[in-house]
Design a protein around this ligand. Sequence first.
Ligand code: FMN
Length: 212
Amino acid sequence: MDFTELLNRRRSIRDFTAQPVEKATIEKIVTQAAQSASWANSQPWKAYVATGETLNRVKADHLARTARGERGQTDLAISHRTSWRPAAQANMAEWGQGIQALAGMEYLESQGKLFNAAALVYLTLPKNFSDWSLYDLGAFGQTLMLAAANAGVDSMPAYEIVKYPAAVRQLVGIPEDEAVVMGIALGYRSAARVNDFQSTRQPLDAVLTVRD
Ligand SMILES: Cc1cc2nc3c(=O)[nH]c(=O)nc-3n(C[C@H](O)[C@H](O)[C@H](O)COP(=O)(O)O)c2cc1C
């Protein structure tokens, strides 16, 4: 696949079919993600993947917590929307309104079921991680999603997946001294309307400054 095609193929998929992702494919995707650059080659990341019965237990637990309105307690702090730059606030508002208008309740239902993912990848760092490791883990996550797209596998990076890290640690067997930083759902896109949603991007001049 040509790089632009690959880049465009990767987009957030919010509802997956029941088709599982082969273990060998998961291993290839994570091997490729581990090619990411990192501070002094520290490779601070770890990936835990829930499939099969573990996945079923995680999904059931998540749905029960969501149904009773349990507040998220993520390992990373969440900043209040108003503390973001105005342009970021506008981008978030546009995204939220767009997805609600297209898919409404269907989106929220699917999210509560962890997007019906075929596999859930948890990306962790040691709890005392350096800020630089957070940068590295982001690169790992993006490379993982591109590697997935290259293997014909769709992905979904989501706060929702790491909303209840204490439960995830226990159900997936993640050591207590690791922060569950981010979650990425993997699988094959369904025909659900929510998957027709296309996010937009700011114009280049809002991002790039070149000084001669
Ligand atoms: C750290 C992070 C957390 C996210 N959490 C959610 C989430 O909980 N629910 C959701 O629908 N999308 C979530 N997203 C997906 C973003 O909305 C999405 O990446 C963005 O709108 C750009 O769209 P694209 O991924 O389709 O290019 C998250 C993305 C990132 C990187």
